[in-house]
Design a protein around this ligand. Structure first.
Ligand SMILES: [Fe+2]
Length: 94
C-alpha cells in the first residue's frame, strides 16, 4: 500500500503542473481575445498535428493545446487517485 501511494505522487505532481498549463493557456487566450496579442493564422505543422481547419488561427491552436493539457491533467490526477486507493477522512492527497 505504501508503494502504491508513493507511485501515485508523481502523477499527482504532474496533474498539478498540467493544471497550471491549462490556466496559462486560458490566460493566453484571454490576451488574444482582448486583442492585446496578435492572432495570426496557425502554423502549418500545428494545423496538421491538431487537424485544425484551413482557416485556423493561433487562438484555435492554443485551444487545441489547452484541450490536450486538460486531458493530461485528468489522466494524471485519475492515475494518482487510483494508485492512492480509497480516501479516508483526514487523508492527504496521494
Ligand atoms: Fe501535458
Amino acid at each position: 500500500m505504501a508503494t502504491a501511494r508513493s507511485c501515485s505522487r508523481p502523477h499527482r505532481l504532474v496533474g498539478y503542473f498540467e493544471e497550471e498549463a491549462v490556466l496559462s493557456y486560458t490566460l493566453y487566450l484571454a490576451e488574444i481575445d482582448a486583442g492585446r496579442t496578435p492572432n495570426p493564422p496557425a502554423p502549418a505543422i500545428a494545423m496538421r498535428y491538431w487537424r485544425l481547419a484551413d482557416d485556423a488561427t493561433l487562438a484555435d491552436m492554443v485551444r487545441a493545446v489547452r484541450d490536450d493539457e486538460a486531458q493530461h491533467r485528468d489522466l494524471n490526477h485519475g492515475l494518482a487517485s487510483a494508485l492512492a486507493g480509497p480516501a479516508h477522512p483526514g487523508a492527504r492527497p496521494g
